[in-house]
Design a protein around this ligand. Structure first.
Ligand code: C2E
Ligand code: CA
Ligand code: CA
Length: 657
């Protein structure tokens, strides 16, 4: 559609240019011809007059001679003299008359000028005069001359051959010149319009390219994708026979942790990374099949459109994409460990329109990202989960304003005797329609939203407020708050915590911050910096979910924290699986050596608690002791057990062997 318009535009421009040039040529030729015609007429006339004057003067001299020979008072011309005089005159002189003392003698007389008023007037008044006139398509020149000294007047009238000749001569040449000018102009116009149209088309192509390509990476952009899809589906609808066999895969590729790299390393590095990844993707896809289209869909998102692809081939390309993007990238002498999450949707089973395919590939991509799968092929049941996420995402802001987020508290107990020494604040969303939602449903959405800082501040405020309430009731409990790695980028986080502690008059050691260990691999330096500031306030620090991340040891070594929380996954099977037990033992040894206190998470049975206590784990947390409880129930639990004293949770007493 768009191309048609461009062609039309170019053709329109070309014909307009052509017509303008022809019009201009005609105008110029007309001016040229009329000026030249007038000039040649003037020239012809003056030549004519000159020639006539010459003849007139000759005639006059001859007549004067005859008169002087005659020496008579009145002059009468005899036939011989008349013949002699007539021989002097050109053939084109059609009238010759003279007067002596008003006596008229006619040498030649022609009907063409018989009734000319101007001539009659000149004769009548006997005044010298001359002029041109036309009679019966003949142009004539007349000259009446009065010679007062000789009392003699002379009239000659002649056909103006010289003028006609001059005009026809000029007109001939003028027509040739005009014809040439005309053709030259047309050729010039054709050439010029072709040139201009070419330029126009070139700049049009350039504009079209810019509109459909991304400047940074040089890849086609979103607009291109929509045009491409439009053309593709249009062609498909025409060829109904091929429609049934058509299959293709649409991939959404999203860089993992790109936001972190951008935030920590700056946008220039981010741009370079995008360029490198796009080049890699493009190379891989074109090598795989030159018809594959790679599109920069926006930000750090790419779309790959691979035609004639069945599910097996679709999976194969997805694997290749994930593997290729995993290879480290060197930029500015730094090595970047990058990875991508890929979602794949197939035409026609996952959608018959572009929007549908993109939406479903996006759902699959989020799934891949969430579970660190690398890639995920779209499945219908992913859809309902994601529908909920999308709907929740839209309600986040309102939920914050309506204070729909509440904290539940889960005790942390000292091993072996089980005293409650603190609680972990775990957020719940009291959703007006969906009921009580746990963080696994919405925490990802929060972390990816613009409300991540506001959300965490709200949680911190709630926790400190609760701490104050408990302190007022003489319940001295440390509250641990989970923060998202994205919160480390909040420049006001530490100031906010400080201000909240002061405002509620809560000693800093009553607050603990838990950060998941696999959270912020992008910048351990940034984590160090924020942790240092928090430590400066007196806040306690923990590494959460220890053992699940990729850089556990680096974390423990480089981050100055008080507690290490051993992830639930190791605790669950430790009683039955020797390997898990071995891992826990080495973690405990490591933490002891590094002088960190250990908390085992997800303790659900007495055996687990017992074993952990034997192995020397300092604290424990889990359903075995208590599930996370709303604050009033938590208060009851603590009051019942007289916190602060060495209380043993009676039914769960741990026997140390
Ligand atoms: P987490 O920090 O590892 O919290 C412990 C999770 O394990 C909690 O899940 C808790 O209910 C659950 N749990 C505790 N004991 C047991 C047990 O014995 N068995 C089993 N199966 N589970 C147990 P929850 O409350 O659903 O929280 C899930 C995750 O959401 C948390 O994991 C934490 O990473 C995140 N989260 C919770 N609250 C917040 C918050 O306020 N901010 C942020 N950023 N993340 C939060
Ligand atoms: Ca935690
Ligand atoms: Ca944890």
């Amino acid at each position: 559609m768009k191309e048609m318009t461009n062609v039309d535009l170019a053709a329109g421009l070309r014909s307009r240019l052509l017509y303008t040039s022809i019009g201009l040529a005609i105008v110029v030729s007309i001016i040229f011809i009329s000026v030249a015609f007038n000039l040649s007429t003037d020239l012809g006339e003056s030549l004519e007059a000159e020639h006539s004057h010459y003849q007139r003067d000759q005639l006059k001299n001859h007549i004067k001679n005859l008169v002087s020979k005659n020496k008579k008072s009145s002059f009468i011309l005899n036939e011989n003299d008349k013949t002699a005089l007539l021989t002097i005159l050109d053939e084109d002189i059609i009238g010759a008359e003279f007067w002596f003392d008003l006596q008229r003698t006619q040498l030649k007389k022609h009907a063409l000028y018989a009734q000319n008023n101007e001539i009659s007037q000149a004769i009548k008044t006997n005044e010298s005069s001359e002029g041109f006139f036309e009679k019966e398509d003949v142009r004539l020149f007349w000259s009446y001359q009065y010679y007062p000294t000789d009392n003699f007047s002379l009239l000659i009238v002649r056909k103006t051959y010289a003028l006609d000749q001059a005009i026809s001569y000029v007109v001939n040449r003028l027509s040739i010149t005009a014809f040439l000018t005309f053709w030259l102009t047309i050729w010039f116009a054709l050439f010029f319009s072709a040139l201009v149209t070419k330029r126009f088309e070139e700049s049009n192509d350039r504009l079209k390219y810019l509109a459909t390509h991304d400047v940074l990476t040089g890849l086609p952009n979103r607009t291109f994708l929509y045009q491409y899809a439009l053309a593709f589906f249009h062609a498909l609808n025409i060829k109904v026979s091929t429609k049934k066999q058509t299959k293709f895969a649409l991939y959404i590729i999203d860089l993992d942790k790109f936001k972190d790299i951008n935030d920590t390393m700056g946008h220039l590095v981010g741009d370079e990374l995008l360029k490198a990844i796009s080049a890699r993707l493009n190379k891989l896809c074109k090598e795989y099949d030159k018809n594959v289209q790679v599109i920069r869909y926006g930000g750090d998102e790419f779309v790959v459109w691979s035609e004639k692809t069945n599910e097996e081939q679709g999976r194969e390309l997805a694997e290749k994409i994930v593997a290729t993007c995993r290879k480290p990238i060197e930029l500015n002498h730094y090595q970047f460990e990058t990875s991508v999450s890929v979602g794949v949707a197939f035409y026609p089973q996952d959608g018959v329109k572009l929007d549908e395919l993109i939406k479903n590939a996006d759902i699959a991509m989020y799934q891949a990202k969430k579970h660190r799968l690398g890639f995920q092929i779209f499945q219908r049941d992913l859809f309902t989960q994601s529908e909920q996420s999308i709907s929740l995402r839209g309600q986040l802001n309102a939920a914050l304003q309506q204070k729909e987020f509440v904290l539940f508290y889960q005790p942390k107990v000292k091993l072996p005797h089980g005293n409650i020494v603190g609680v972990e604040a775990l957020v719940r969303w009291k959703h007006p329609k969906e009921g009580l939602l746990t963080p696994n449903v919405f925490i990802d959405i929060v972390e990816q939203s613009m409300f991540v800082h506001e959300f965490t501040r709200y949680i911190i405020h709630q926790a400190i407020f609760q701490c104050r309430t408990w302190l007022n009731n003489n319940i001295k409990l440390r509250i641990a708050v989970n923060i998202s790695p994205y919160n480390l980028m909040d420049p006001e986080l530490v100031t906010y915590i400080d201000q909240q502690l002061k405002e509620h008059d809560v000693p800093a050691e009553y607050l603990e911050i838990e950060l998941t260990e696999n959270a912020s691999m992008v910048s351990i330096e940034k984590t160090q910096e924020v942790f240092q500031q928090l430590r400066g306030l007196g806040v306690k620090l923990s590494i959460d979910d220890f053992g699940t991340g990729m850089s556990s040891l680096a974390y423990v070594k480089q981050l100055n924290v008080d507690y290490i929380k051993i992830d639930r996954s190791f605790v669950t099977d430790m009683v039955n699986d020797k390997r898990d037990e071995a891992v826990i033992i080495s973690m405990l040894v490591l933490c002891q050596k590094l002088n960190k206190l250990t908390i085992a998470e997800g303790v659900e049975t007495a055996e687990q608690a017992e074993k952990l206590a034997i192995l020397g784990c300092d604290y424990a947390q889990g359903y075995y002791f208590s599930k996370p409880l709303p604050c009033d129930e938590m208060t009851k639990l603590i009051e019942h057990q007289e916190v602060g004293k060495s209380v043993v949770i009676s039914q769960n007493t741990i026997a140390v062997k």
